[in-house]
Design a protein around this ligand. Structure first.
Ligand SMILES: Nc1ncnc2c1ncn2[C@@H]1O[C@H](COP(=O)(O)OP(=O)(O)OP(=O)(O)O)[C@@H](O)[C@H]1O
Ligand SMILES: [Mg+2]
Length: 304
């Protein structure tokens, strides 16, 4: 049984530490520069593979060097990339992230081919055969907001596939556009900013309750260093983040989703799956890049 990650694929280039952009043509020597497969689908796919899941990733990337590198990294991680379509008209989505000494992560970003993804990239029978389908960033892969796709998704759910969803952007119009997926999703894991933009509620608990009313069985709002808020029909509780020395929080949300999904796949309930997500995210916060310090499921379980 596989997990299908469907949505945003981004090549991240990270440098650390960077506290300012140098004047003129000056060069600043940094400790480390890395390249990772990131974005709410690709980054979560890599984390899921590290945690021992069989993963198929579906998305749109460019027919370019960035895309070749993204594919190489994902393959090496054991992710099935046969669901990636290559575009000649748009570049592979990419981000440059100069990570501050305190772990802060400003970014420069090209949305690129992610904006061209449509349901035609989803192979017949793929969703129905999956144990879990993770919609990673339908706010940017808005071509999936298509009745034909939602019908296929609903049919898969009727057959037992669990659907999870996370968002990518912090642009209110895009984030609000993802609301139409909520009735078709079992577990929704936005960050605080996205939950607020979707609902108009600044209080994450009120936002979670409003999102829960749209259909999902659970809504998990991630609160960065403050942890997360887990809302189900049984109630709402807060889960603190693990106290760690933060290097870079890029991809913590994706690692949280991967830990959460792995918990569900292994038969855990939502509160326990959220603990698995928290543990996975705390590892990623301790190194540079969205895959940092995530060596395997044993490392996550050892923290619980
Ligand atoms: N400073 C931190 N210390 C410990 N854990 C953290 C820290 N920041 C984030 N986390 C963990 O990662 C989880 C997700 O973080 P966050 O809310 O920042 O996700 P996000 O904004 O969706 O990130 P992403 O860029 O991956 O989408 C948090 O719920 C928490 O468990
Ligand atoms: Mg996120």
């Amino acid at each position: 049984m596989t997990v299908v990650t469907l949505g945003a694929h981004i090549l991240d280039v990270l440098a650390r530490p960077v506290d300012r952009i140098p004047e003129g043509q000056d060069t600043v020597v940094v400790d480390r520069i890395r390249v990772t497969a990131a974005g709410a689908a690709a980054g979560t796919a890599v984390a899921l593979a590290r945690l021992g899941n069989q993963v198929v990733s579906v998305g749109a990337i460019g027919d370019d060097d960035l895309g070749d590198l993204l594919v190489t990294i994902m393959r090496r991680e054991g992710v099935d990339v046969s669901g990636l379509v290559r575009r000649t008209t748009d570049q592979t989505s990419a981000s440059i992230l100069p990570i501050r000494p305190d772990g802060g992560r400003p970014s420069f970003h090209v949305p690129g081919a992610n904006l061209t993804l449509t349901a035609s990239a989803v192979g017949p029978g793929l969703l129905a055969a999956a144990r879990v389908v993770h919609l990673g960033g339908p706010d940017v892969t808005f071509g999936l907001n298509d009745p034909a796709f939602l019908t296929v998704l609903d049919a898969a759910r009727a057959g037992g596939t669990v659907v999870t969803m996370d968002l990518l952007s912090n642009m209110p119009d895009l984030v609000r556009g993802a609301a139409s997926f909520l009735p078709h999703v079992d577990h929704f894991l936005p960050n605080e900013e996205q939950a607020s933009a979707m609902t108009g509620e600044d209080d994450p608990e009120k936002a979670a309750r409003a999102l829960l009313a749209e259909g999902p069985a659970s809504v998990v709002v991630t609160l960065g260093g403050e942890g997360s808020l887990v809302a189900t029909r049984d109630g709402v509780h807060r889960l603190p983040a693990r106290p760690v020395e933060v290097v870079d929080t890029t991809g913590c949300g994706d690692a949280y989703c991967a830990g959460f999904i792995t918990g569900l796949v292994q038969g855990r309930d939502v509160p326990e799956a959220a603990r698995w997500g928290t543990a996975a995210a705390s590892l990623v916060a301790q190194g540079l890049g969205s895959d940092a310090c995530l060596t395997g499921l044993d490392g996550v379980l050892a923290l619980l």
